[in-house]
Design a protein around this ligand. Sequence first.
Ligand SMILES: Cc1ncc(COP(=O)(O)O)c(C=O)c1O
Length: 407
Amino acid sequence: MNPSEKLAPGAPPPADFVPLIVPEIRGNEWQYVKECLDTNWVSSVGAYVERFESMAAERAGTRFAVATVNGTSALHTALLLAGVERDDEVLVSTLTFIAPANAIRYAGAWPVFIDAEPRYWQIDPAAVVDFLERGCRWDGKELRNRTTGRRVKAIMPVHILGHPVDMYPIVEAAEKYSLFVIEDATEGLGARYRGKGLGSFGHAGCFSFNGNKIITTGGGGMLVTNDPEWAARARYLTTQAKDDPIEYIHGAVGYNYRLTNIAAAMGCAQMEQLEAFVQAKRQIAKRYRESLASVPGLRFPEEAQWAFSTYWMYTVLIDQEEAGFDSRALLRELGACKIQCRPLWQPIHRSPAHDPFGSPACPKADALHSQALSLPCSVGLSSADQDRVIEAVTHFASKQNMPVKAR
Ligand SMILES: Cc1ncc(COP(=O)(O)O)c(C=O)c1O
């Protein structure tokens, strides 16, 4: 068995491995968490929750933030705030982790999968507009999918890999058809679109502090919004919709989605280091790009002129014809060298868990999926480990490209 196949997701890999992406804990985490333990403020209220929320709102450039137990629950809550109901439809990126599509199903609605654009690999705004204009009809008060007849209620663009989506055309199209926009910015903390933090362009934005994210609370999430009613409703729904805390009267079916003070304490300490983490990620990206530039068939992630990317998950494309090998061959080779890599997610329109009925075709996401490979890119990746990755890729590529006789 290839050594990398033994690694359990989320578990720290053995010391001789170069891990794909692991947390960096080197600030005030111990001190803040200890303070929670020492004072007994360990549960779902506390000063750290409030502080973490204000730090997140400030970062996103929104008026409000509500901490949640993870990013998926923030997405689910945002859909409820938008009034997404059973049998509604929500447009969502197909080339992303499965959580946003799952959140749409939790609300009883159906995802409509939208293709990626080939340059920055994000949801294609032109495909969004095309679907709204040609794939839907306006029945006088609502927009309906021509194929399914269902009401289209919202758009959920997902900023993947630390690079922003081109938001303006999406926001403009949403305004035209009175749709809500919920940004899945779970991979986008620290990135900017046209100079502004992600999460502030839609009606709500959602972040994740899962273990592989740029900052982590072990597990955690955040919903940001500028709307005071949405913020209040989010707080209500995520705390079991409690109307009377003495008599325990509940006005709706709520959820236990709140983040603990312990997790928020860690979040505050991590947030204090965000700028340094972003710089570290950008430095790793620069180093890979420069050192691997001469490998034939390798394509590097681009940063749009309107974007500031964190390069959260450093991902390259491999053009098999030019390189002489494909992304999965490189994955196996690096795994054998104890270097942990990962392909991108199966595009969700292909997932057995979801039904693509009523979605437009997504050929570009399929192509990106077959070519992509994410390389180790932890904030704390040492320069020796970067060298190890660079040498392994270069060595493998040079073997594949040698004339057959010389092998
Ligand atoms: C694009 C995307 N959306 C949603 C999530 C869900 O976040 P969480 O794992 O915190 O629920 C993640 C990451 O895990 C993600 O990468």
